[in-house]
Write a new protein. Structure first.
Ligand SMILES: Cc1ncc(COP(=O)(O)O)c(C=O)c1O
Ligand SMILES: Cc1ncc(COP(=O)(O)O)c(C=O)c1O
Lengths: 528, 450, 528, 450
């Protein structure tokens, strides 16, 4: 398998070579290096970990279940491993390299103090099932984060264990379900706006509900009329994202909440966009019954390459008793974990079950508390306001050239559609890929689904005006270039990244999902 | 505030560009009654020095694994992670990148995910693996849900020796769907093999077992696989200690259809329970039913090889209410730590590590067997086994903890209803367990039991 | 000042753009970002450090010496600082990115375990002047490293405080000077081979000696005849690098040592190349009187960007008493620091003085000991042997195409000259710069001075055969291209690095060594 | 061994390519009598786990700064360094790069060195600065040597209140050259200004003073600068606590010709004395006499701005025996840490930090003044001052250390001959010193002195 990537030439090249068109013998290009798979550079005999020597002639107690055949795992020496992963890393974009304006993702600065704190032995080298007396600091920390979350949201309770936002949604809906079941009310439907994130409908279905999609109004909000029409006694909950995925605050949010409560249902709020209002608006004041908070968004915990996250769910009085196991309670000066149904019942709780082994994403809680204490109860409001200010500034500076989808101020993200690309032959994705050549990560594309060719820009509050101005300059320049017909720039883009556009169709048509040793024939093909 | 780059001058200039007088002008859609400053009794912001002090105070209230002798496992294991691993996962380009949706500038992440998937498939002895789930327990639940989808049946058979948290998570998932559940009872002395076989019917979607099981016991599940397959059911094998796969026959070799593991042991610390790493591997014929992300190989516009996320029509962001799972954020960084640690270990290192673990456990069991009032219950095990004391275990464990010996898990903590197991303790030993630790355990136990 | 670097274009670009020739609006090129100076992005009011608030109205005791005028230091918020330095870092080559075959520099893998250990609070947060009773671990560590160094070199003593190799040289020569002075023997000259590193003659002069340069033989060793001729009673010392800077072991080393001893002088050995023999050859057995060891070379301590280093000097019996202050002594179970002349004299030592405040590069000692324990007394020999094997392998694979300067096996580095480039119009530097385009750091060039257009390749033992083979492929391909007249590739190189060749002459002609605020007129010009 | 990538197969293949039977065939030039395996009594190699344990054992035998109350300075200061700094200097591209001799692929290093030089020049109030020397003390010695070269004179005047280690290092350097040295005596109560002025003659190359001086005292050296300049001598000002430059008049403003500092306080930890960071700044007219590396701005072949090492005709690798100094390896990474920390602080942060330090010291002095048997000697100071006890200081300090209070430097440790100062202690307080620490110091001191 040729993994050298860029074309390489044989030793005796003689043609004239111009600067950037230069083809190299190695396939590398200066600091931009090609890299192979560990399976191609490693060795079954080699190891990069020096372990103590096992004792010779030691009788085993494996019950005859020894693994005899080779596993096939290559080993690398430490220097080789270091290079491999450092080289790979250099092919990634990252917050630390530049603006990462992914709408709905809140890619903010990840403070390194948080990393240092999470690595203190007292947190990192602590077993979840140690006797509680030896983990009081950990339980106190969970309780403290919980207190911050309930105070900030104005909600009486919080379930801390969900592992990410999507599991938080599940947690919320299961709590609702349990509350309904408890009152003998087996409802079947959940109302979800069309603009919702994919996890919302997926979660509702995973929780056994039918999804009823609600359209959006002209101004990007939930269509209140449509909503009222669908709302009935069979609706278990409405799942609304607020601020919504168009970056707008749902003006009718209290009406919706009141209506759903009146109909005997619950209001689940998707809190992925909580960054726009943290410290300023309490979801509890808006009638929310349950809302997950993506700690890896609003509270800045790193989730490089796609995770890990953490998605605690704040709960209203009505739902609090049904929160899942485990949870922390304080008894006098001591903190205790309630881990099983009997112990929960003993204090009047009726947990719907358990979502995960152990007690949630402790590593994220440590980082979150570090972040909370750093901003302080007095400071988080500025986070929200700067996030909103940054988004509106970008909107204001771009709206003459791009098509802003909805008028008026936005929250922490600003939505454009592809109207301004009309007749240029250039699509949202072309535009986005051209941003890559300019040194920027693209915005979220084609989401939400309620506008055509969506471009959702969320700068976050950790961007300076200078960085915003540079992004604005780039986007404006590209928009002008697009309008002036420079379509080659877009169709060919990216041309300056480690790879040009990748063939996703081919990837899905005959999936190759793992390396296979050459002799075992051609790579794995999906069998269907 | 050091994380906020805007100066007051910037803010003023930007508000002017927007055309509002102040930031309140941007919050006009918020009902006035809900728009106020939320401070409650929360403390004001602190300097970096003070924050560090507060976190040090909290950390200081915990007894970390290195502070004394340590013998706790039960689904989370204390292993040595080379310094290189933690250094590398903190590279800005790994730590602060997003899900690799823009493959042209995410080849670093995609490349290691392809390696990760291959490593997991090899380790479990399966054909394909995904790019991670939250942890072992949620992966187990996803596996059961997948089995229900594949078989279109509703019977679930759960081994009683499955980690109680895993069983609870699976049952929580099942509580939503029509299903019929049969279970064996927990028993450190018995694998439950025969009972499980007997429970499999033509309505069984899957049978879920663990290896090594919750009590540390190793069982050859091949005959169970045959029984299951004969009845059209799937065998789901759970592994909570992946290091065992360096010494013990793989679930794939035992005939598993889906293998889920807690991957924490490789590359990841204890972290009081999270973040951890769910591994998920299966047969290629079930590819399109897999939950979570998959990374695949392809070529770019210049014909150069590269990687992309693929088969996303299974996923919530494309398929929404038809998705195989609602998972979005997964355990990316933990998967990276796993990949790096395993690339460092390699086959040779993993096997040596597994041997060390096994020897450490055997030595520990041997030392404990010699004690009055202690009986080792587990006949075949990897790095964890169960002992039975002559009295209720929980107070003994508490007394040992006070002597800086974290001695293992009293079974009663996770199975309070299984009163017949109230004297039992699950004990783990790893490459980090030294002879000094063993002496400390034995010494302290003697004292407490006398 | 335009610091955007690559030409940027105005918004309305319309020409057709081909792939790599693409000019971007931003000046950035994909992940390769331009970056400005902190003075251009920072702000006097901004800070990226959150400190406690000072008390208001606090009376000062500064004696009226307040600094009133602005200092001019820009501050960056934490996210801005993170980006700035991460972006900068990406413009550097590094060991972790690839082979760094700088002859004489021993750029080997820097283990991260060493970094972790050096950061333990017990070492990193320890004051050099704490009461000795509170720093016994630190003193034990210094003593242990000293024991390793004396054992490995077969020398009775070691001075630990020198801050780098050059200071080690100074330490060695001052010790020699002190020994000579003590016997009333004021010698004036130091013999230094022409092939010596620049620090050798510079040090000799700094130590008040005249340098007498000795030529090299045909086979790259010190010219023994010339040496004997110059050797007389006025020679304080001979400074010889062994293995020498041609990568060769000095065959006559014992003859030289004996001769200089006979003449009443001392043998200073430059131990920068100790990596070739560590664990295998004891310099003490070769008649060495003093030798510095660059811990940042042989013992792998990182010195990114040029430092820090550490250069302990092992000493013979004759020189040991004159070692500088301070040093550690063991008394019973306790370790003690001898810090002043009186204390030294009390135990019979006659230190020539003090080279530096405090006790040397503790941070490097921690890393060094970590490294030593990892390789073990049984393992260091393999370090040397693999280093030598790697260099010889490169030599063997290249000698048909390049001009290897000296026949026979080399030690840890292999020397070529520019003979093979004869008549091509391509120079050593051109060749080196073409390597940059291929993703490699060049070898050491034009050093040592004893061959024409030197290319000194030191792969070190931490390179895999695969990495070596790739370097060999690249160098061979380039050599063939050179011979076939593809001179454009070399003259234009590098074209794929963050910068093309920089104008060093202009830099030196009118030096601009600092940023100046725009209003203060043009940048600082050197006045002469 | 994990750092050695060659396998035995590789070694065999390579030996064959070279044409020797074994590696001994490559060592044929080594005299046989010297070519053997050196093991002595050195221990065999250890696993990563064991190495870590051994280093933890050694670290555990030290009482680190955070373990108790801490008041020690005297040339090395315990400050808070933001987590960001240490994270960034560990970036592979910074940590494992060499001296930037290939500027095309070293712009990262060169760019920050240019920033570093500018920061140092601004901070010291001078026109130009170099790219670092080993530490403050060697920088001081280099400054004296430079003054000798510039003035071609041989007289040196040293302030008695210069840090004794610095004085010793300068004298060691002087021991080689013809010179005549005059010194004032150490005195915590006196700046020595008049005496120093009196010592300057027409033969004086330079006068060397410190601010704040070894005893913490602040002195206005402007009149000394005038005297020196009137006599054609240079004024060298040493600063061991660079944080003071955020509050105190700069040496440049006082008329210094060369300023050298220990830069450790910004960005770098205590590290038991090293590695530290020598700052060196001077007037531009002395540019070509500066020791060490200099980074300068230029353009590349495409006209783009960039940086290079420049004026290297001063340096050993070009000029050999004519070089201004023999320095080669310097303190690159420490300079990076300094640059990052100072870029984070900025003017506003540095000034606040300096204020906090000063307030902390004033509070400490105030608390100590109230004690019987303690007299504060220093009238004007930044974050460090000297007290005189009613008895010899060294036993008191030892007794306090046993109580986990590292109380300051007994002057006798560095000036054992100055018996009149044997009751004196130099006490430092920084932003890390809390009221609790002060209470601990006062409480313990009361106990010990009673
Ligand atoms: C609006 C919205 N809801 C839910 C989620 C799911 O959260 P998570 O990825 O943490 O599972 C996301 C995350 O991308 C989101 O943007
Ligand atoms: C042969 C030789 N001698 C001496 C030195 C000087 O050592 P240092 O840079 O540690 O001062 C070097 C380092 O480059 C060297 O290569």
């Amino acid at each position: 398998m040729n993994r050298q990537g860029r074309q390489s030439r044989q030793e005796a090249g003689t043609e004239h070579v111009g600067a950037e068109a230069l083809e190299t013998f190695s396939g590398h290009r200066g600091l931009d290096r090609e890299e192979r798979l560990i399976f191609e550079i490693g060795d079954l005999e080699k190891t990069g970990v020096d372990l103590p020597e096992p004792e010779e002639g030691f009788g085993s107690c494996l019950g005859g279940l020894e693994r005899e055949e080779p596993i096939g795992l290559p080993g690398l020496s430490e220097p080789e491993a270091m290079r491999h992963f450092v080289r790979l890393s250099r092919k990634n974009y990252a917050i630390d390299l530049g603006l990462y304006p992914l709408g709905s993702c809140t890619m903010k600065h990840n403070p390194r103090l948080n990393e240092r704190m999470a690595r203190l032995a007292g947190f990192a080298d602590l077993h979840p099932l140690q006797p509680e007396a030896t983990a009081q600091g950990a339980l106190e920390l969970i309780d403290t984060v919980a207190h911050w979350l309930t105070t900030l949201t104005g909600m009486p309770a919080v379930a801390m264990s969900p592992k990410a936002g999507a599991q938080g949604e599940l947690c919320g809906l299961m709590t609702i379900r349990a509350a309904l079941v408890a009152r003998g009310d087996a409802r079947k439907r959940v109302l979800v706006p069309e603009s919702a994130h994919g996890t919302n409908p997926a979660t509702a279905v995973a929780c056994g509900y039918e999804v009823d999609a609600i359209g959006a109004t002209e101004d990007g909000r939930v269509d209140l009329d449509a909503f009222m029409e669908r709302l009935d006694e069979d609706v278990a909950a409405v799942m609304i994202t607020n601020p919504n995925t168009c970056g707008l605050f749902e003006r009718d949010i209290k009406k919706i909440a009141d209506a759903v409560h009146e109909a005997g249902g619950f209001f689940y709020c998707d809190g992925a966009n909580y960054n726009a209002i943290v410290g300023r608006v309490r979801p509890g004041d808006l009638g929310v019954d349950a809302m997950h908070i993506n700690l890896h968004k609003t509270f800045s915990t790193p989730h490089g390459g796609g995770g890990p996250g953490s998605g605690p769910v704040v709960l209203s009085e009505a739902l609090a008793p049904y929160a899942p196991l485990p949870f922390v309670v304080k008894e006098g000066d001591a903190f205790r974990l309630v881990e099983d149904p009997a112990a929960a019942e003993a204090i009047g709780a009726k947990p719907f079950g358990r979502l995960t082994a152990f007690h949630g994403q402790m590593g994220m809680f440590v980082r979150t508390l570090t972040y909370m204490l750093s901003h302080g109860g007095d400071g988080l409001r500025q986070v929200a306001e700067d996030a909103v200010l940054n988004a509106n500034y970008v909107g204001a500076r771009l709206e003459d050239l791009l098509t802003k989808s909805f008028p008026g101020p936005c929250m922490h993200e600003v939505l454009f559609d592809d109207g301004f690309l009309k007749d240029t032959g250039i699509t949202t994705i072309d535009f986005a890929k051209a941003m890559i050549d300019e040194g920027l990560h693209p915005m979220t594309m084609y989401f939400p689904l309620v506008v055509h060719g969506a471009m959702l820009i969320e700068p976050t509050e950790t961007e300076s005006k200078h960085e915003l101005d540079e992004m604005i300059h780039i986007i404006r320049s590209l928009a002008l270039a697009a309008k002036e017909g420079d379509s080659e720039r877009f169709k060919a883009a990216p041309s300056l990244a480690p790879r040009r556009r990748l063939d996703e169709t081919a990837a899905a048509r005959s999936p190759v999902l793992r390396w296979e040793p050459a002799h075992s024939g051609e790579a794995l093909q999906a069998a269907e | 505030m050091r994380y906020l780059p805007l100066t007051d001058d910037d803010r003023r200039a930007m508000l002017q560009a927007i055309g509002v007088a102040d930031v309140d002008g941007l919050y006009t859609d918020v009902p006035a009654s809900a728009d106020w400053d939320v401070r409650g009794d929360l403390p004001d912001h602190k300097s970096e020095i003070e924050v560090e002090r507060e976190l040090l105070r909290l950390a200081g209230r915990n007894q970390s694994g290195g502070e004394g002798a340590f013998f706790l496992g039960a689904g989370a294991y204390r292993h040595h992670v080379p310094a290189t691993v933690d250094h590398l996962i903190q590279r800005s380009e790994f730590l602060t990148s997003y899900t690799p949706y823009q493959p042209e500038i995410s080849q670093g992440t995609l490349h290691y995910l392809f390696e990760f998937q291959t490593q997991v498939a090899m380790l479990t002895g399966m054909e394909v693996a995904n790019a991670s789930l939250y942890d072992g327990s949620t992966a187990a639940s996803e596996a059961v849900q997948m089995a229900l989808r594949i078989t279109k049946r509703s019977g679930i058979v759960l081994a009683g020796n499955l980690h109680p948290h895993y069983a609870a998570v699976i049952k929580t998932g099942l509580s939503i769907v029509d299903h019929s559940l049969s279970e064996t009872g927990p028993d450190p002395r018995e694998s439950g093999l025969q009972d499980l076989s007997d429970l499999i019917t033509d309505e069984t979607a899957c049978v879920v077992v663990q290896t090594p099981d919750f009590f540390g016991r190793l069982t050859d599940w091949r005959s169970l696989a045959e029984t299951a397959h004969a009845k059209g059911a799937l065998l789901i094998v759970v592994v909570t200690e992946v290091v065992s796969l360096g010494a013990v026959m793989s679930p794939g070799a035992m005939g598993a259809d889906i293998v889920v593991c807690e991957g924490q042991s490789i590359g990841n610390g204890l972290n009081f329970g999270g973040p951890y790493l769910g591994l998920f591997a299966t047969r290629k014929k079930f590819l399109r039913q897999i939950p979570g992300r998959l990374c695949g190989r392809t070529v770019d516009a210049d014909g150069r090889e590269g990687f992309v996320l693929t088969l996303s029509t299974r996923e919530q962001h494309i398929r929404r209410d038809k998705a195989t799972s609602n998972i979005c954020t997964n355990s990316g960084l933990c998967a990276l730590a796993f990949t790096i640690h395993l690339a460092l270990l390699g086959e040779a290192g993993l096997r040596k590590l597994a041997t060390l673990n096994h020897q450490s456990a055997v030595k520990t069991a041997t030392a404990l067997t010699a004690l009055d009032g202690v009986e080792v219950l587990t006949p075949a095990y990897f790095n964890e086994f169960t002992i039975r004391l002559d009295r209720p275990a929980e107070p003994v464990i508490a007394a040992l903890a006070a002597r800086k010996v974290i001695a293992g898990l009293p079974v009663a903590r996770l199975l309070p209803d299984a009163t017949e197991l109230s004297r039992d303790v699950v004990i783990a030993a790893t490459e980090l367990t030294s002879d000094t630790d063993r002496d400390a355990l034995v010494g302290a136990l003697k004292e407490v039991l006398k």
